[in-house]
Design a protein around this ligand. Structure first.
Ligand code: F0G
Length: 361
């Protein structure tokens, strides 16, 4: 008999040694994780001679975002504890992931969204997976306050990233990167600040376990109109076209600052224009289509390299920079259409079509 290939079994099965699970934990998985780490050769040429640039394409998770890494843990642990229902506030991706994993677990899922500020793809996911979806006339921060109150009063488990199991699951992203190499710099968008917290925890734990020798410098990026950590105070009315990170008072604010300070990194902000430029570049030059919020990490690297951040620190070897691209571009088709040239309609004739085709030389 021929040997069978070892099948990938998802985040919990792959990293259970590092996760708070036991044989009793019912593993609810959609085989999340194991996402591509793509070397961005063309972007490197454009950005800096001093770096090797890698894109961790988290949009390739089952529901199209990094949230699945945390959700497999949060839902499995909720199931283990006998929960019948879960709830979250969301800018979209958390709700898509919570709805999918709840469907798989046979649990009820309630999601509260800021009205009118959810990318279309994400909304379709929550609806299709059978969640109870409610939009509130308020922003994410207000929605999160309400779900916290509900979870405190009713037998419903909160699955936002203040649920520690979410952070546990999400830290596996660091482990995956370190299977290839230990990055010198780790760039990541910051919204509610759970993911930067999770990655930093993962790196530190991997170092303690003797799996890596050094730690990366953590570089977090917020959108200019929603940059409470950069500005040092909560933003009452956050605004950015990167709706996923349209957050004015991040729940893991302190932990994000700790990741920044312990790693001697920084948390900076990028404008919507810079986000859109990076969003288009990743798709057009590297074939990696991410959503606008994800591109905040790449936009941040572009900004820093213009300020000679990497050349000032350049050693003998090129620095390895990993950008976390947190969600798939298909999540937000409206934005893609808005930033692209309008579609040209022509007669179905060869001559007509070739008038519009410019062949590369
Ligand atoms: N990128 C994407 C695509 C996101 O959906 C989020 C957060 C972030 C980055 C920021 O991550 O919050 O851990 O700092 N989305 C949450 C949601 C808030 O409800 O889907 P963070």
């Amino acid at each position: 008999m021929t040997e069978r290939a070892q099948l990938y079994k998802g985040v919990i099965e792959s990293w259970k040694k590092y996760l708070p699970v036991s044989k009793k934990t019912p593993v609810i998985t959609l085989f999340e994780g194991n996402t591509p780490l793509v070397r961005a050769f063309k972007l490197e040429k454009k950005i800096s001679r001093d770096i090797e640039l890698y894109l961790k394409y988290e949009g390739m998770n089952p529901t199209g975002s990094f949230k699945d890494r945390g959700m497999t843990m949060a839902i499995s642990k909720a199931k283990e504890a006998g929960a019948k229902a879960v709830i979250c506030a969301s800018t979209g991706n958390t709700s898509a992931s919570a709805a999918a994993y709840s469907a798989r677990a046979g649990m009820q899922c309630i999601v509260i969204l800021p009205a009118g500020k959810i990318a279309l793809g994400k909304l379709t996911q929550a609806l299709m997976h059978g969640a109870t979806v409610l939009a509130v006339n308020g922003n994410f921060d207000e929605a999160l306050n309400i779900v916290k109150e509900i979870a405190a009063k009713y037998p419903i488990t909160l699955v936002n990233s203040i649920n520690p199991y979410r952070i546990e699951g999400q830290k596996t992203g660091s482990f995956e990167i370190c299977r290839h190499f230990t990055p010198d710099y780790h760039a990541i968008p910051v919204g509610n600040a759970g993911n930067i917290t999770a990655y930093w925890k993962g790196y530190k734990e991997f170092k303690t376990a003797g799996q890596i020798k050094s730690l990366p410098v953590m570089l977090g990026f917020q959108a200019e109109g929603a940059a409470p950590i950069v500005r040092g105070y909560p933003i009452e009315k956050p605004e950015t076209l990167a709706t996923a990170i349209r957050i004015g008072n991040p729940a893991s604010w302190k932990q994000a600052e700790a990741a920044r300070d312990e790693s001697r990194g920084l948390i900076d902000m990028v404008s919507d224009e810079e986000i859109v430029a990076a969003y288009k570049m990743a798709a057009a030059f590297e074939g990696v289509y991410c959503e606008p919020a994800s591109a905040a990490s790449l936009a941040g690297i572009l900004k820093l390299s213009k300020q000679k951040y990497f050349s000032k620190r350049a050693g003998s070897k090129k620095a390895k920079v990993v950008c976390i691209l947190t969600g798939h571009g298909l999540k937000d088709p409206d934005r893609a259409i808005k930033v692209s040239a309008p579609l040209v309609t022509v007669k179905p004739e060869l001559k007509e079509i070739m008038k519009h085709v410019r062949l590369a030389r």
